[in-house]
Ligand binder design. Structure first.
Ligand code: SF4
Length: 86
């Protein structure tokens, strides 16, 4: 199923927790905040990720790991997040 850019996945993913590697990198410098001991992306006043613009990810090619692991909520058999290989 191809992405229809509805923004649903980003609405559901309202809490974007960064990996330790992402926290230590220079990525998302102006968009990070510490909440309850976790480093997360900031949210807009609507409670969505600040990178969600017109239902599209404005940093699609550089989005955080958690976003890459999310599956489409409109896809048949939606299971939420993909399991991490460990
Ligand atoms: S970084 Fe991009 S893909 Fe991840 S929640 Fe924000 S807008 Fe969506």
């Amino acid at each position: 199923m191809s992405c229809k850019q509805c923004g649903k996945c980003c609405e559901i993913l309202s809490t974007i927790i960064l990996t330790n590697e992402e926290v230590d990198s220079n990525k998302f410098l102006m968009a990070k905040q510490k909440v309850d001991g976790e480093i997360r992306l900031k949210q807009s006043t609507k409670g969505h990720c600040i990178y969600l613009k017109d239902n599209k990810c404005s940093i699609h090619n550089q989005k955080p790991t958690i976003c890459k692991q999310a599956s489409c909520p409109k896809q048949e058999g939606y299971l939420g997040f993909a399991k991490e290989d460990s």
